[in-house]
Design a protein around this ligand. Structure first.
Ligand SMILES: NC(=O)c1ccc[n+]([C@@H]2O[C@H](COP(=O)([O-])OP(=O)(O)OC[C@H]3O[C@@H](n4cnc5c(N)ncnc54)[C@H](OP(=O)(O)O)[C@@H]3O)[C@@H](O)[C@H]2O)c1
Length: 289
């Protein structure tokens, strides 16, 4: 029997409904949740990502402040802008679209964001809280994946999970969030030996590579009934695709996320959720988790 398609758009819409409700509650308290976006340069893909995030904000009533900057923008100018936004009480979340041009130090810039406005969870302070299971603002893509598991009532306790990615954005924070849910987590990367065997042993495979010339997760690489989460995004013959051979993998797996319509919408939904949480924090309200 074929596995079930995990509908990221459906789950993202349910998160957006909750966010919309929270926004209207905050507005009753005279708080207008606001996300400041920073885009440097003219990379078309980054421009689309930022535009989609701004559009999603508008849909749920979150205001955005757009900062579109030339590719020559300097580190000094960026420091001034971040400091300004950190002090601006009308701004609750700050999003710096990555990657940045070479003259800008990504780590220095994201570390400079006030932790209470760090809606991407990239500051060392928030990463520390994440590792200690105490994060309030959790990284968007990994927490979106956890939200998918919860929606589909997939219990992670005791499951063997393999994450094929070790980036700061995806693999490392996801490792922590899945460990928190009592999964036994293995992180794989480009130097991992016997990657196929790792995947074949896993109850859950999460792949985030985004280059099909390097890696495609095929049906022979998973065990029967495995749960497969495809984070990777790349273009193939003009179409957006992931890392997974979806048509064949879903015949063997129990659940699979499609690309598009899987993890992507969740990343945006969790950004909205974090912005509302950050706005709540500004009012002195600290949620339980
Ligand atoms: N849908 C979404 O919302 C969303 C969000 C974030 C990212 N993404 C997508 O996810 C993908 C990864 O993003 P990222 O920012 O994490 O990229 P990244 O920093 O380039 O990470 C890619 C990871 O893939 C590993 N890798 C590369 N080739 C491999 C191979 N042959 N075998 C095993 N592992 C291999 C790399 O290993 P090394 O560390 O050893 O180099 C690295 O850990 C991209 O396609 C991106 O667009 C999607």
């Amino acid at each position: 029997m074929a596995g079930q398609r995990i509908d990221g758009t459906l789950v993202a819409n349910s998160v957006k409904d909750i966010v919309r409700e929270a926004v209207s509650e905050l507005k009753k308290e005279s708080i207008e949740p606001c996300l400041a976006t920073i885009l440097v340069g003219d990379d078309p893909a980054s421009a689309i990502y930022v535009k989609n995030k701004q559009k999603a904000c508008t849909e749920v009533g979150i205001t955005t402040k757009d900062h579109k900057l030339p590719s020559s923008f300097s580190q000094k100018e960026m420091n001034v802008l971040i400091d300004l936004l950190n002090r601006d009480n009308s701004v609750h979340g700050i999003l710096v679209q990555i990657p940045l041009p070479g003259q800008l130090n990504e780590f220095a810039i994201t570390s400079r964001i006030s932790p209470v406005k760090d809606v991407d969870c990239l500051t060392p302070f928030n990463i520390g809280l994440l590792v200690s299971n105490r994060a309030i603002l959790k990284p968007c893509t990994p927490s979106g994946i956890i939200e998918l598991f919860d929606y589909y009532k997939i219990d992670l306790a005791g499951k063997n999970a393999v994450i094929v990615n070790r980036s700061n954005l995806v693999g490392k924070p996801l490792y922590n969030l899945m460990l928190e849910r009592d999964a036994t987590v293995t992180t794989c990367h480009s130097k991992t030996r016997n990657l196929k065997e790792h995947c074949q042993r896993a109850d859950i495979v999460i792949t985030a590579i985004g280059d099909r010339s390097k890696f495609v997760l095929t049906a022979d690489m998973i065990k029967d009934g495995a749960i497969v989460i495809d984070v990777g995004t790349t273009r193939l013959d003009g179409r957006l695709v992931g890392d997974v051979d979806y048509e064949n993998v879903i015949k063997k797996a129990s659940y699979v996320t499609p690309v598009p319509g899987g993890v992507g919408p969740m990343t945006i939904a969790m950004l909205l959720k974090n912005t509302v949480t950050a706005a709540s924090i500004s009012k002195g309200f600290v949620p339980d988790s």
